[in-house]
Design a binder for this molecule. Sequence first.
Ligand SMILES: [Zn+2]
Length: 219
Amino acid sequence: MPALLTVSVTMVLVIVAGTVTLSAQVWCGRAVNSEPLIYRISTTLNYVAYELGVQDMLNNDVVRYAANSWNQAKNSGRLWPVLEKTVVGSYDVLVSIDYGDDADSICSNDSVLGYYDSSEALIAICIPPFEEGYYESAQHVQSTFGHEFGHFLGSGHLSVPSLMYPTDSYSVFGIYAPNSNDKQNLNDLYEPCYGSGGPPMCQWPPYICEMSASGGEPV
Ligand SMILES: [Zn+2]
């Protein structure tokens, strides 16, 4: 039984261009029609629409649209899990808001729009230090949530036009839902590891398979 490596990563979406590290690792494959991943919306997020200046759209809908954009991209044959909302009970990730008002907050860095923290099972969108009105449209908010859901599903950043572009894909490309690059990348990540036990060895949270020329083995 190979040793398993627990993943604990905080992935952020930034405005300014930064170094993009493309990992040679892939997630262990998960079986098609695997269990849904459950997200829950924090109560504090109920105020986010007003703060963001997009009062015309309930914030819960923005989050739901972001999650459903991945579900719709999934279609038949896609390997990643469905994102499913819950209002009570256990969840795989909490969707919330970070006001960046303490010094060690990721959001206190004024280039960060949102982040996914796997160790906290948290997706958060940053409000300050962006002034009110920064998010000029609901699609812009959806783009940020959708990007972080992409990280939650296991995707890293892509250097091509995509929702997983590292620097605000809505402002740069007008993208607010997964495109063909995002779909292909995520599907590739969920391909079973070659030469290993494949999906039966995998569990959530996903463990990393090291890929090699002769085939990957979970490490
Ligand atoms: Zn990101």
